[in-house]
Ligand binder design. Structure first.
Ligand SMILES: *[C@@H]1O[C@H](CO)[C@@H](O)[C@H](O)[C@H]1NC(C)=O
Ligand SMILES: *[C@@H]1O[C@H](CO)[C@@H](O)[C@H](O)[C@H]1NC(C)=O
Length: 463
């Protein structure tokens, strides 16, 4: 870590604090809830920082606290990957659903995007509270937070945390604070190791031999990477649902277009093997302070729109600062791999430069992932038309490469005679952008209700 950088961060924190003290009186304080203490030390730290200017309930809460605040219980499970990373899975416990369905609840795993964590499925509005089942039927909960929609239903909801997030910073051998080797990973390893470790663990812990996968953005990349290398993995999934799917990246707008040459952009961090952002609690608290203040919030919303796709109707200004407070970390290498992917268009293995590529792959350029091998019989794509990161041109390239694969003969509920995904849903709102599934104020209407319908339809056919 360069000392310039750490000084910069420290300075911004001190400035934020001074500002927060002068302005804190203008905010109404959030009434204390009966929440358990934070189970994540990084967010515990952030909670102390933002206390003076906290505006809305969910800011900087941990996943355990978020689940409890909606009236559910939860379990934490620790999953060790083949290469030694220890990941935290959350499981929502809904006694009403258990009483009604017991072990028949269908296991679903929610897998977050980059720079977020488990919390991203639970913070889209302070709602989604647990409700009773009537006559053995689930309540109709129309929350914008998918975890609580599913958690109220006939589902056994598990929530992932990939390696490098604040929830999954542990390893059988490496210390994330002192061993830079811990941070030597990208989404390639999330695909190769984290994806199967989490899915296998849930299958092992439940009475089911398959689960439903719901990945978003980065969560789709890691599934596509796994399936390109190991198509048989699809057999462990009832449905393989991928929201804002990313296998091609060349037409990404916003962030992608401002960084024409990722080598230039990453030169500053070339030799840095560590988390991004570093100093997560300070980073989140500083940004949250900045984005809470009336005077600077429009800047945050502008930048946010530029990164993910402008869709102002969908931004909920009341809870905007919850987003910044919940940013999580990944490795510098992971971010670099994403930027490389934008340059190469089709996602390839990590590019180490000619010499090391030769050693690792036997070719100057990193090999492409063979996305044509992804099975389609249980594949569900959900995409939007105003998505700057999973651009509709890039989604079309994914459809094209999928159609080159073998047409899978499968006589289950998902016949696939024409070599296309089982379901390929384009969200009907023409302004639907990358993050609207997670933070859009009409996420239930346009996405969650669709996902529910797809799942209920599928399971009613297999019953
Ligand atoms: C990391 O994992 C080890 C081995 O499972 C465990 O003993 C330790 O408590 C964990 N550390 C943290 C901070 O969770
Ligand atoms: C298609 O099937 C053949 C025979 O099973 C196999 O050799 C080939 O690799 C498959 N191609 C793809 C793209 O999956």
């Amino acid at each position: 870590m360069g000392s310039n950088m750490s000084q910069f961060f420290q300075l911004s924190i001190i400035l934020s604090f001074l500002l927060s003290l002068t302005l804190s009186s203008s905010y109404s304080s959030v009434p204390p809830q009966n929440l358990p203490p934070p189970e994540n030390s990084i967010f515990a730290q952030e909670q102390l920082y933002i206390a003076p200017f906290k505006k809305s309930h969910d800011e900087a809460l941990t996943c355990g606290q978020l689940i409890v605040s909606r009236g559910f219980k939860y379990e934490r499970h620790f999953v060790t990957t083949e290469d030694g990373y220890i990941l935290t899975l959350y499981r929502i416990i809904n006694p009403n659903a258990q009483a009604a369905r017991g072990s028949k609840l269908i296991p679903v795993l929610l897998v977050h995007g980059i720079f977020t964590s488990c919390s991203s499925w639970m913070i889209n509005g302070f709602d989604g509270f647990i409700e009773p089942w009537v006559d053995g039927k689930p309540p109709n909960v129309r929350s914008n937070s998918l975890a609580f929609v599913l958690g109220n239903g006939e589902f056994d909801v598990w929530i992932a945390n990939n390696r490098g997030t604040s929830y999954s910073r542990n390893h059988t051998r490496l210390d994330p604070d002192t061993d830079s080797e811990f941070w030597d990973f990208s989404f390639a390893e999330m695909g190769e190791y984290d994806t199967p470790a989490m899915v296998d663990y849930i299958i092992d812990k439940t009475d089911h031999d398959k689960i439903v996968w719901i990945g978003y953005s980065r969560g789709t990349q890691q599934m596509f990477v796994q399936l390109a290398e190991n198509p048989a993995f699809a057999e462990k999934l009832y449905l393989n649902i991928n929201i804002s799917p990313i296998a091609f990246y060349g037409d990404a707008k916003g962030l992608g277009s401002v960084i024409p040459n990722e080598r230039l952009a990453t030169r500053a961090l070339e030799n840095y093997e560590g988390p991004l952002p570093p100093f997560l609690p300070e980073f989140d608290a500083g940004l949250t302070y900045f984005c809470s203040a009336e005077i600077s919030q429009p800047i945050c919303i502008e930048v946010y729109s530029y990164l993910f796709g402008p869709n102002r109707r969908m931004i909920n200004k009341e809870i905007f600062q919850v987003i910044t407070s919940q940013i999580d970390s990944t490795s510098n290498k992971d971010t670099t791999h994403d930027l490389q992917s934008m340059r190469y268009d089709q996602i390839r293995k990590f590019d180490y430069g000619k010499k090391m590529n030769q050693e690792k792959y036997g070719s100057d350029e990193p090999p492409k992932y063979q996305f044509e091998r992804i099975p389609k019989y249980n594949l569900v794509l959900i995409s939007g038309l105003n998505d700057y990161l999973a651009d509709s041109k890039d989604v079309q390239k994914l459809r094209n490469i999928l159609s080159k694969g073998n047409s899978t003969k499968f006589d289950g509920p998902c016949p696939n005679s024409n070599n296309r995904p089982y379901i390929d849903h384009v969200i009907t709102d023409p302004y639907w952008s990358h993050t609207d599934i997670i933070f859009g104020n009409r996420a239930y209407e346009y996405a969650h209700s669709v996902i529910l319908d797809i799942m209920r339809d599928y399971f009613s056919q297999t019953e």
